[in-house]
Design a binder for this molecule. Structure first.
Ligand code: FE2
Ligand code: FE2
Length: 276
């Protein structure tokens, strides 16, 4: 019997360009790599700000199993009505009365899996609870329930906060991946059975600023003020990027990243195992 699980993890999906890249590519890679379960960050999936019900359903139909969030989780308030009935997370350290949940439980091939969504503090203008205490509490309660497959989406601006979280949890979780910067980093590695990457990077437009047209942010940067709202890039070069994790008994044994720009697949990057 196959005791391994293959999990696909995808960073911030930005607007229609990001959704289209996922819809075009995910089914192919799911089949190619026998992926059992897919986690993706959807905080920017609808027009770059938040997640609508229609777009959530579109992403679930493309093969995503659970959608995590971040500082833009509630940009489309309609999400509140379907958060409890659809597999959609928001960071667990949002204030106490915030709708939704920061932890999702599932069973795949008879193995329990927990997905945690957490958010760092630097540059995030929300009154969050201390993310490290919240993570520590959650890991202890999952361990008491004997759940050893634990994957954390740590949504944060600063890679140092992501490293602190990884050092706190290393050896007790299966994987911690960063989201929010929209820029993929090449530091993927495995240590003490736990996978780490600072950021997976976005799916969506590749020509502007974090998946958005550059004109409004450039004007603001040049003049100190600017008109208009950020618009998702629509017609340009697009990127799809995903990391595939191989898990067994709560440990990540192997991981690699695939990256495709338009229809060109780049060389995959393997996670270095620091124990080997
Ligand atoms: Fe984002
Ligand atoms: Fe974010």
């Amino acid at each position: 019997m196959d005791t391994k699980l293959h999990i696909g993890i995808i960073g911030d999906i930005v607007g229609r360009a990001g959704r289209d890249m996922v819809i075009e590519n995910l089914p192919y890679y799911k089949e190619k790599y026998n992926i059992d379960f897919v986690i993706a960050n959807g905080e920017n999936a609808s027009g770059g700000f938040g997640l609508s019900k229609k777009n959530a359903n579109e992403l679930f139909s493309s093969g995503i199993d659970v959608i995590s969030g971040g500082n833009h989780s509630f940009d489309k308030l309609e999400i509140i009505e379907f958060m409890d009935t659809m597999p959609i997370l928001r960071p667990l350290n949002f204030p106490q009365n915030t709708p939704g949940s920061g932890i999702y439980y599932t069973k795949i091939k008879n193995k329990e899996l927990a997905i945690i969504n957490a958010m760092g503090h630097y540059g995030i203008n929300i009154n969050l609870d201390n993310v490290y205490h919240k993570l520590e509490e959650s890991i202890i309660s999952l361990q008491k329930k004997n759940i050893s497959n634990i994957i954390v989406d740590f949504h944060a601006e600063a890679s140092s906060e992501k490293r602190i979280a990884f050092c706190l949890l290393r050896g007790r979780i299966t994987a911690l991946f960063g989201t929010h910067t929209h820029i993929g980093s090449d530091d993927l590695h495995i240590q003490n059975g736990s996978f780490y990457v600072s950021d997976i990077g976005l799916c969506g437009g590749y020509d502007g600023v974090i998946g958005m047209d550059y004109k409004v942010p450039l004007n603001k940067a040049m003049q100190g003020y600017g008109k208009g709202r950020f618009e998702v890039l629509e017609n340009g070069n697009n990127i799809f990027q995903m990391i595939i994790l191989e898990l067994e008994n709560g440990r990540c044994n192997n991981a690699f990243k695939i990256k495709k720009i338009n229809d060109v697949e780049l060389d995959s990057i393997n996670a270095f195992n620091l124990e080997s």
